[in-house]
Design a protein around this ligand. Structure first.
Ligand code: PEP
Length: 249
């Protein structure tokens, strides 16, 4: 049985008071669930989030990290810094990091390696742009993102990996991949991993869908056999919406 996961990526939203308020609402409202619930507030509020969720099963993740151990990387955060405050899950490769901050597959592969070496859990994001889907290149783009970002790992390291397929054209746009499009791509991803490694690695990895998931479409998307949950942006900023999505799993 693969782990079902609903993760909220808060991006650059919520100051300290707002973070504490949203977490207290979530702690009160998140139902008993087999799903693993994760929230990723901004760096400066990670410690407060850890404190606020001390008695909760909700996990705290970082939205990014640097690959270097330490050193002259102004503005950056290392894996050890995260782990030192009890954060051992990190989102790597979000499309906003790729497009606004120029993070390439090679750069992301280094981050993945550092995180896995440190025994962190990585939520690795990838997905095609609209033009790539329109030109029917979405499968090859996804295949190359997986290969370049992750296939340097050995099979054992895959227990640290959660995948998040996020078609860029569906992120924050209100446009969602249809449940059939999500299933088709998730099955392709699993198959690609099976070919590169083996079926036990492929069948064990949780593959989340991300891109305008909301209470009204979550049930249908999550009902697909290769969709193991969601990475949620906008709708994770509102407790009622996020809780409704958790309930849909
Ligand atoms: C995201 O940024 O990872 C995301 C899925 O955003 P949204 O849900 O707002 O489309």
């Amino acid at each position: 049985m693969r782990t079902k996961i609903v993760a909220g990526n808060w991006k650059m939203n919520k100051n300290l008071e707002e973070t504490e308020a949203l977490l207290s609402e979530l702690s009160a409202k998140i139902p008993d669930t087999d799903a693993h619930v994760i929230v990723a507030p901004t760096f400066v509020n990670l410690e407060a989030a850890k404190r606020a969720l001390e008695a909760s099963t909700i996990e705290v993740a970082a939205q990014n990290m640097h690959f270097a151990e330490n050193g002259a990387y102004t503005g950056e955060i290392s894996a050890d810094m995260l782990m030192n405050i009890g954060v051992d899950t990190v989102i790597i490769g979000h499309s906003e990091r790729r497009s606004y901050f120029g993070e390439t597959d090679d750069f992301l592969a280094k981050k993945v390696k550092t995180a896995v070496d440190k025994q962190m859990k990585v939520i690795f994001c990838f997905g095609e742009e609209l033009e790539e889907r329109k030109s029917n290149n979405h499968f090859s783009v996804v295949e190359s993102q997986l290969k370049n970002g992750l296939f340097h790992l050995d099979a054992k390291a895959w227990k640290h990996i959660v995948l998040a397929y996020e078609p860029v054209w569906a992120i924050g746009t209100g446009e969602t991949a249809s449940p059939e499009q999500a299933q088709e791509m998730h099955a392709f991803i699993r198959n690609t991993i099976a070919k590169a490694y083996n079926t036990s690695v492929a069948n064990a990895v949780s593959i989340l869908y991300g891109g305008s998931v909301k209470p009204s479409n979550a049930t249908e998307i999550f009902s697909k056999p290769d969709v193991d949950g969601g990475l949620i942006g906008g709708a994770s900023l509102n407790s009622d919406d996020f809780v409704a999505i958790v309930k849909a799993i």
